[in-house]
Design a protein around this ligand. Sequence first.
Ligand code: 13P
Length: 252
Amino acid sequence: MTTARSMVAGNWKMNGLKESHEQLDALADMLTTGSEADCDVLLCPPYTIIASFAATSPTRILIGGQDCHTNVSGAHTGDVSAEMLADSGASHVIVGHSERRADHGESSELVAQKASAALAAGLVAIICVGETEAERDAGNTLDVVLSQVAASIPADAAADRIIIAYEPVWAIGTGRTPTTGDVAEVHAAIRGALVDRYQEAGSSIAILYGGSVKPANASELMGVENVNGALVGGASLKAADFNGIIDAYRTT
Ligand code: 13P
């Protein structure tokens, strides 16, 4: 049994304008009028609207960034530091998303440095891992995922400051998901690695599943052992869909 607090997190990726506030407001309404969900709720909008989201978000909805630089400040045109995210009102930051690993050539070692910067700024780091379809087909899923976990968590990271998100690359934005058995196998392997590294505290680190989570499959995926929530892309953009995923953590 894990003792991890569950989280449903939305990664808006490169989507969202000022007008998207209406989705934040709608979600806030749904969370206050609906029955209490037994999970944390996080939205990670693009940098441009983090500060305004954080300023108006009810405390029930946490706000996070989608990436950060390894340095606190300096000559890094176009980059954003973890300190800046914290200063804007963010409490969390995603690091090592597969789109960053693929589009920006980010290695697990760089991801660990970003996570370290996040922790130094007082943010919780959501560290993403996941295999490509070719890696799964070659039977290398566990090797790939476990080596990403080992190398992407900074050496000095406290267990209560990190969250792991398992996102099979081939399931992102495709409408395809692994079987619940496959999800259980990977999450159990990650849990084992976390317990090896942190002993008892490793069982309280949330392990999120991400990749085509929708209201229709959320309960089934969230019901898998060692799945402590979801990292949601497309379905987090509309409050009603995101709320439908949060339903997995409501009893009524
Ligand atoms: P989708 O939910 O759109 O598949 O995206 C998942 C994801 O990449 C979240 O970080």
